[in-house]
Design a protein around this ligand. Structure first.
Ligand SMILES: Cc1cc2nc3c(=O)[nH]c(=O)nc-3n(C[C@H](O)[C@H](O)[C@H](O)COP(=O)(O)O)c2cc1C
Length: 307
């Protein structure tokens, strides 16, 4: 049985994953935090927390609110900064079998290019995921992902600055995600991941104030799964490059739905907060599903629901 997937078929070195189960940025730290809980080397890939040029403290507390079947967060890209990541995290990743993908974010196009340049050639880093979809920072982030032109500009700038495979992560907070995906693919993205969180708000009726320090946040978890699945379906129908599905994936059957909709791989996010082993459980469940159904190649399932 083969679960391996190629996420950058047009890239000179490619991005071959042993299986399609990845972690979602911001929900699995730098991977090291989870390594005592299960064998993280078994996963397809690990995507680390969004990384910026300078370290960031993130937004005002409170930054997390639970909702019905979901989670609102307004972390605001708290992270150690790219230089510390290269110094302290990459050497650990270099000894791992599982590929690590660095998620990057910036307030300017030049900032994205600088980040990509710094990460180029660093041992332990297998690819870059360009976050043009963070709803929780004042400038940049989701602004770039909201329209096809700026999304393409960021993608092109990152591609010029690095020889690593480039994944671009899209925001659902746009009027036509397929158009953004098409522009990003034309600008050279090796793969497209989606979705990031959906902008949301919660209000404390006693204090009569928003619950999040940042007022708005991003909704994730099971509540967003049908929306994410629909967007993955639309994007997979619009682009030739591999699509990575994300949004509310909690079980193997969730993941298989995304794969059948056209995703070549999946990312498990919020589910890791309630069950740290969720990515591994999802992987084991996919294996069982394939065994039961006599499916030898995971690639046979990709897009099968599209008819
Ligand atoms: C606490 C938290 C932090 C996140 N941080 C990032 C981030 O730094 N970069 C990014 O691209 N996405 C970030 N995300 C979005 C997730 O990677 C994912 O796209 C989203 O949560 C939807 O997937 P899920 O429903 O499985 O969590 C974050 C999500 C959460 C809940």
């Amino acid at each position: 049985m083969s679960l391996s997937v190629q996420l950058a078929p047009k890239h000179h070195s490619g991005l071959l994953l042993a299986n399609p189960v990845m972690t979602a940025s911001g929900t699995f730290g730098y991977g090291t935090e989870y390594s005592h809980l299960f064998d993280i080397q078994q996963l397809g890939a690990i995507v680390c927390k969004g990384t910026t040029l300078e370290p960031r403290d993130g937004n005002l507390q409170p930054r997390l609110v639970e909702t019905a079947c979901g989670l609102l967060n307004s972390i605001g890209l708290q992270n150690i900064g790219v230089d510390a990541l290269i110094r302290e995290k990459a050497p650990i990743w270099a000894s791992w079998r599982v590929p690590v993908i660095v998620n990057i974010a910036s307030e300017t196009i030049d900032g994205y290019a600088q980040l990509a340049g710094k990460l180029d050639g660093v041992a332990g880093i297998s690819a870059i995921e360009v976050n043009i979809s963070c709803p929780n920072i004042k400038a940049g982030g989701a602004e770039f992902g909201a329209n096809p032109e700026s999304a393409a500009e960021v993608t092109a700038a990152v591609k010029v600055a690095t020889s690593l495979p480039v994944l671009v992560k899209l925001t659902p907070n746009t009027s036509d995600i397929a158009k953004v995906a098409t522009a990003v693919a034309e600008a050279g993205a090796d793969a497209i991941s989606l979705i990031n969180t959906i902008k949301g708000i919660a209000i404390d009726i006693t204090s009569r104030r928003p619950l999040l320090g940042n007022i708005t946040g991003g909704l994730s978890g099971p509540a967003i799964k049908p929306v994410a699945l629909c967007m993955v379906y639309e994007v997979a129908g619009a682009v030739e490059v591999p699509v990575i599905g994300c949004g509310g994936i909690t079980t193997a059957s969730d993941a298989i739905e995304f794969i059948m909709a056209g995703a070549s791989a999946v990312q498990v996010g919020t589910a890791s907060f309630t069950n740290p082993r969720a990515p591994l459980d999802v992987l084991e469940g996919i294996e069982q599903f394939m065994k039961k159904g006599g499916i030898n190649n995971l690639t046979d399932l990709i897009g099968i629901a599209r008819g």
